[in-house]
Design a protein around this ligand. Structure first.
Ligand SMILES: Nc1ncnc2c1ncn2[C@@H]1O[C@H](COP(=O)(O)OP(=O)(O)OP(=O)(O)O)[C@@H](O)[C@H]1O
Ligand SMILES: [Mg+2]
Length: 310
């Protein structure tokens, strides 16, 4: 098993439902993997939409995020390679029970962080969160380096954003000092509508007004690459395919490639050299070295994601 020094962990969060979180994790993740980054996706939503999106049957793998969070299963045992360089750890409805089961556990917000601390063989880990600010989302915030906020330019889009940023600030102060907001990505964008333009202007003002040097969102940007509304993006999850496997020539694919380039540049993401895993301590009481991850099943689709065009 090889691990790398620094995995960048990105929590994709908005407690508002249906704004494009899962679509962003699946397709931005896939586009980043096509750029040569090793990408691990984590489905932290009991709805298991990301799991389905990447072609994993929820509850089918013996180890999923429920087992990782409640039964101390190593993170890599849940990871399945779904296309070259793109791995995903699935969830299932069981995960809703984890939220309840873990309530009485000391350090319950830090379980995911502990599981990731062993090191993972990825450059980037992206966590898809449920539409709430509950314990699962807090675990994502405690484990993340950066938060990415998908936002739908809807007339109530900014409602709830203050609460989300407050929660990020609280987790940063109490649990995870390195936490930052990378920025906002506008999803389900309607080109040339007055509403989209207005929401964008309001968002600029909102971020500028709340900006002070100590806030975790002081460096937050609004990504210029917006994800336009595109029917192919809505269709591909039901085939268990990313947009690059389903319709690589679509606008949805084009927008995610552009976002991936902008995102990687903004965050300074680059493939890192793999380092050999640290030796297990020579302590007799130490458990045997971790077993290698199970052989990945065949990728769900024949075509790997299209490499971004030059
Ligand atoms: N750019 C887009 N164009 C068209 N449809 C989209 C686009 N982005 C997302 N959708 C569709 O909108 C719905 C909501 O998107 P998605 O599941 O990504 O949101 P979410 O924030 O993850 O939702 P939830 O809060 O339920 O987890 C889905 O049916 C998805 O396929
Ligand atoms: Mg979702």
């Amino acid at each position: 098993l090889y691990i790398i020094a620094a995995v960048r962990t990105i929590a994709v969060i908005n407690q508002k439902g249906g704004v494009g979180k899962t679509t962003t994790v699946a397709n931005l993740g896939s586009a980043l993997s096509a750029m040569g980054l090793r990408v691990g996706l984590i489905d932290l939503d009991p709805q298991a939409h990301l799991t389905l999106h990447v072609g994993i049957e929820p509850g089918q793998p013996a180890v999923g995020m429920y087992e990782v969070l409640t039964a101390e299963a190593p993170m890599m045992e849940a990871m399945i390679e779904v296309s070259p360089g793109l791995w995903a750890a699935g969830s299932s409805i069981d995960l809703a029970a984890a939220e309840v089961e873990l309530v009485g556990t000391v350090g319950r917000e830090q379980i995911l962080c502990d599981r990731l601390a062993a090191g993972l063989p990825f450059d980037v880990v992206m966590i898809d969160c449920p539409p709430s600010l509950g314990l699962l989302t807090l675990n994502a915030l405690a484990a993340a380096d950066e938060v990415l906020i998908p936002l739908q330019p809807h007339f109530l889009a900014l409602q709830g954003l203050g609460k989300l940023l407050e929660t990020v600030a609280l987790v940063q102060r109490r649990i995870n000092p390195r936490l930052k907001v990378a920025g906002v990505v506008l999803c389900l964008w309607e080109t040339n509508t007055k509403l989209s333009a207005e929401v964008l202007a309001d968002l600029r003002q909102f971020l500028a007004a709340g900006r002070d040097a100590n806030a975790p969102w002081s460096g937050a940007r609004i990504f210029e690459s917006v994800i336009r509304r595109n029917i192919k993006l809505a269709e591909c999850p039901s085939y268990g395919k990313t947009i690059f496997q389903y319709e690589p020539a679509s606008r949805g694919a084009e927008d995610h490639v552009a976002l991936a380039r902008e995102f990687a540049a903004a965050l300074g993401l680059a493939p890192q050299a793999a380092l050999p895993a640290a030796q297990a301590p020579a302590d007799a009481a130490a458990p045997a070295a971790e077993a290698p991850p199970p052989a990945p099943p065949a990728a769900p689709a024949d075509a790997p994601p299209a490499p971004p065009s030059a």
